[in-house]
Unconditional design. Sequence first.
Length: 368
Amino acid sequence: MYKSLFCTLLLSLPTGVFANQNMPYINAKAKIDGKLDEAHWQNAKKISINNISWPHDNLASPVDTTAYVYEDGESLFIGFEAKDPSPENIRAFYRDRDQAWNDDLVGLKIDTYNSGRIAYQFFVNPFGVQMDSIENELSKTESSAWNGIWDSVGVIHDDGYTVEIEIPFRVLNFDDNADIKTMAMEFVRFYPRNERLRLSSMTLDHANTCWICQMPAYDGFEKAKQGNNIAVIPSFVAGKTETRDIDDGITEPWESDEFYEPSVDLKWAITPDVTLNATLNPDFSQVEADSGQLNVNNSFSLFYPEQRSFFLENNDYFSSFQNLIHTRNIATPDYGIKVTGSKQGHTFAAFVANDSYLNVLIPGNLGF
């Protein structure tokens, strides 16, 4: 048996120098229908998305975009009014999740710890198709493997399109021990026409490679809580095969082979900022199959992305600029335990997996 242990300790990056703004609390839930017609939207915070942050260096936007945002203690509500002088040119298609990045988009990035290191990304096209991912500033990567549970609806009209979004706080990791919490946010619109413009609610210093660090911070969220959620997911796989040999026209009797594979996954928020994941005899039968790759005279092994839920959960905590940890080396674990968390601006993560195969080759002397 092969036991693997990986640990990381990652320090946060310095945050920006923006003065904190207040996030309004409104005790009312918006109906997510793509129409900003409820009265409480008038009391939401109004944010202009009027700056071209890419590919140009902070030029005025050619179109008007306004974001309305507030929270009710359970969810963050965002409404976008995206004006367009030529709505017939809006690029939007019904696509699979995370596959509409070339469309017109509106959305936001949230650094829930205001650490300048990791940000959630939520984007929606004019038909309400969702794209979500986690951006890691240390490794300069964006992982779309993470899929949160949130609501969005988009509507195209004569003046452009509108989008409504509800993001429950329970899908986010943040420190809910503080009475007043601080989260950094950037509101973004992608406007693909002759060139693809990235429109932002903030000015961006291109000399600073850390974009997350520059996002403005918002204070509030006094009633926002994660809760000590416990999720237990059992599964059971059973199978039976029958074979028989035919030799010289003589048919042998059928031989049966049966197997049973029970398994269980556990997720427990020990504290609001420390999460434990555990798996026993994990069932990977529902995991998306790998795309085929050709290997012709390569001097290196093929790289397959991680698809298994246990290893994907909070995998950004293990990211580094050198990609030091590749969990696909753990093939068929009997069990696994993972702990991830964030304390006082620092993140920590560790996991242990007991594997039945050794997929790490260590070069050495060969002989008899």
